[in-house]
Ligand binder design. Structure first.
Ligand code: AMP
Length: 339
């Protein structure tokens, strides 16, 4: 019976299986490897998970919840409808969705999984993640630290002793770890992070700039228009990882609103966010006891690490080679397969 790996992310989750000597990512029902960690409840009480739930963030924001992983083990509950849910209950729905995709993909029952969690998760939070697995009907065989999994994926490529900085930048969180890999032993020397810094902050900074350029005040707009602007800015931000210019163009109440973004504009609008990223790295390096010159590489992980503006900024600011793995948003998952 196959054991699957699940990278339960704050923004997106992924599943993988280790077969024929390699890690395979598992596509979901929509043909994508990324399943948004979003849950929505319809008016008649039906729960929707993943991409269709993410789409409802715009149409039904009050019935849709996201980023609940951050509250794992805090006792906070969320109410996407008439009923309240704990983060582990919401996470169990995401896990269940990935397990079902895996069963369809592999054509067999899945009863066990290895799940990755941030290195800073304490014991109680790890127990809560196991409970989320149990609620989804699976046994969590092992909990693995995300930076260790990412380092393992990268280390096996490099195959030599390395001191690495793992920079995991997702939608709403930044986790930086100093990881030492030697003879198949991966140890985490220091961790640092910011639970309120991620890709959505870049979207918001772009949205504020878009509004400024169009004579609007972002904070005075109605929620659906704010969400449309955010979504359009996120798309432009993603385009800027493969092209030099991206336009945001929206129509609202029969009026046209436009704004052009390029790396320079993005740099100026998000400079304080970039600086915050650098400061989190600085703290991890300081706490590790290593000097920057003793670190071999910076491994970029997570969807937000794909931003060229960030890569250029970090390359200029740090004196360490910045490794751009091809699969930044699946590096943790690819490492998970090796456990
Ligand atoms: P993750 O939590 O690792 O799935 O990362 C999700 C975040 O990555 C979201 O804020 C996305 O907007 C962002 N993201 C995904 N792909 C890209 C890309 N190509 N360029 C910039 N940001 C991206």
């Amino acid at each position: 019976m196959a054991v699957i790996g699940i990278d339960l992310g704050t923004t997106n989750s992924l599943g993988c299986v280790y077969r024929n000597g390699k890690t395979e990512l598992i596509p979901n029902a929509y043909g994508s490897y990324l399943t948004p960690s979003v849950v929505s409840m319809t008016e008649d009480g039906k729960l929707i998970v993943g991409q269709p739930a993410k789409d409802r963030l715009i149409t039904h924001p009050e019935r849709t919840v996201s980023s609940f992983k951050k509250d794992m083990g805090t006792g906070r509950s969320w109410k996407p409808g008439e009923k309240s849910f704990l983060p582990e209950e919401l996470s169990s729905l995401v896990i269940r969705s990935i397990v079902e995709d895996a069963q369809n993909y592999l054509g067999e029952e899945i009863e066990e999984a290895v799940i990755s969690v941030p290195a800073y998760f304490h014991d109680e939070q790890r127990v809560v993640v196991k409970r989320a697995g149990a609620l989804a009907g699976i046994h969590v065989e092992r909990i693995v630290n995300e930076p260790s999994a990412a380092a393992l994926a990268s280390y096996f490529t490099a195959n030599e002793e390395q001191n690495m900085l793992v920079f995991d930048f997702g939608g709403g969180t930044l986790d930086v770890s100093v990881v030492d890999c030697f003879e198949n032993v991966i140890s985490i020397n220091a961790i640092s992070g910011n639970n309120h810094l991620g890709g959505t902050d870049f979207d918001r900074a772009m949205a504020e700039y878009f509004c400024f350029k169009n004579g609007l005040n972002y904070y005075l707009l109605d929620l659906p228009f704010q969400q449309s602007i955010l979504r359009a800015c996120e798309q432009a931000k993603i385009k800027l990882s493969t092209q030099s210019v991206a336009e945001v163009s929206l129509v609202h109440l029969n009026k046209n609103y436009n704004c052009i973004f390029d790396e320079n504009v993005l740099f100026n609008t998000t400079h304080s966010l970039l600086e915050s990223c650098k400061n989190v790295i600085g703290k991890a390096v300081k706490d590790s006891g290593f000097s920057a010159s003793e670190l071999d590489s910076l491994i970029l992980v997570g969807g937000s690490s794909k931003m060229p503006v960030l890569q250029h900024y970090l390359s200029d600011a740090l004196n360490i080679p910045v490794l751009k793995e091809e699969n930044m948003d699946s590096l943790v998952t690819l490492g998970l397969g090796k456990y």
